[in-house]
Ligand binder design. Structure first.
Ligand code: ADP
Ligand code: ZN
Length: 293
């Protein structure tokens, strides 16, 4: 049985087909353009395979509530061409198979829990630090939904005393994403993240904001593992800094065996760059179990 998976990112789309066990057999990637051009490429790819289920992990915000009349659509987005675009309905015009639709980061969290760095656990959190900051989570084996998907990238954090950067979020200025996503780094320091690798002051501030956010997430819903991916997290020196600051900010308040060894609590993705794509397969598999299709 072949499952189609689509990771719809703001920069690029990745489409793949794989097995229920999460093995990707073939995949393609192309830049995100307007919806018509981009979705036509996705439809063309899936048409070449006899898929029996489909999982979509998308950039957001998106309507992931199956009861909603606009289920499967992108909602508000600064990418104006995509605003209110009915992504899942477009695919369902062409493929009459059971489908699941969620955010790319919720998909990645489920993928990591099923086959990656959080395997064997029943909860985890996945954060991407890239063009934006997105966070997805699985709690008690289920992808975390409230009134819609979580928006944990936009939480407010306490400002680092050495940081005078105003923040880059169009909605909140200095929320977490406004202070710590890739574009914020670039604006604050006047160079791309990759060019700042040997500037410790850059990573000190960066780790401080990310650690504050992780402490909040640990306090709020207690994921049993935290997985950090995305372009900015390629700076591996961030991991020990974030762990150290997490420990300081937590100040032993939460006492739990999962927090005893932060080297195994705050980790890079086990599925590397395939967390989103494999996660989209996992979404489709989970949905097919729930609806016993
Ligand atoms: P997206 O979030 O669009 O899916 P990425 O996760 O690759 O894509 O994130 C892109 C952001 O990450 C950009 O701001 C880029 O400058 C930054 N970035 C990419 N690679 C690195 C790197 N090796 N070190 C630091 N920053 C990086
Ligand atoms: Zn914001």
């Amino acid at each position: 049985m072949l499952i189609g998976a689509m990771e719809a990112g703001g920069t690029k789309f990745v489409c793949g087909v794989g097995t229920r066990e999460g093995e990707i057999l073939e995949h393609v990637s192309f830049p995100t353009e307007g919806p018509e051009e981009t979705m036509a490429k996705a439809v063309e790819f899936f048409s070449r395979h006899p898929i029996q289920g489909l999982g979509v992990g998308t950039f957001g915000p998106a309507d992931i509530n199956p009861e909603s009349p606009t289920y499967g659509s992108i909602t508000t987005t600064p990418k104006l061409k995509w605003a209110h675009y009915p992504m899942l309905p477009e695919l369902q015009k062409h493929f009459h198979v059971p489908a699941a639709f969620d955010t790319d980061v919720n998909a990645a969290a489920l993928g990591e829990l099923t086959w990656g760095a959080a395997r064997g656990l029943d909860s985890c959190m996945y954060m991407t630090v890239g063009t934006g900051i997105g966070v997805g989570a699985v709690v008690d084996g289920k992808v975390l939904h409230g009134m819609n998907h979580p928006e944990m990238g936009h939480i407010l954090v306490r400002r680092h005393p050495n940081d005078t950067f105003a923040g880059a979020c169009p909605y909140h200025g200095d929320c977490l994403e406004g202070l710590a996503a890739g574009p914020a780094l670039e604006k604050r320091w006047g160079a791309k993240g990759i060019e700042l690798a040997d500037r410790p002051e850059v990573w000190e501030i960066q780790a401080d904001y990310l650690a504050q956010a992780l402490v909040s997430y640990a306090l709020i819903f207690g994921p049993k593992r935290m997985i950090l991916g995305g372009g900015v997290m390629k700076q591996q020196q961030l991991f020990p800094l974030i762990r150290e600051k997490f420990k300081t900010y937590m100040n032993s308040y939460l006492q739990n065996s999962y927090l005893d060894d932060l080297d195994t609590y705050i980790v890079p993705p086990g599925l590397q760059d395939f967390a989103g794509l494999k996660g989209s397969i996992a979404l489709a598999v989970l949905a097919s179990k729930v609806h016993s299709l």
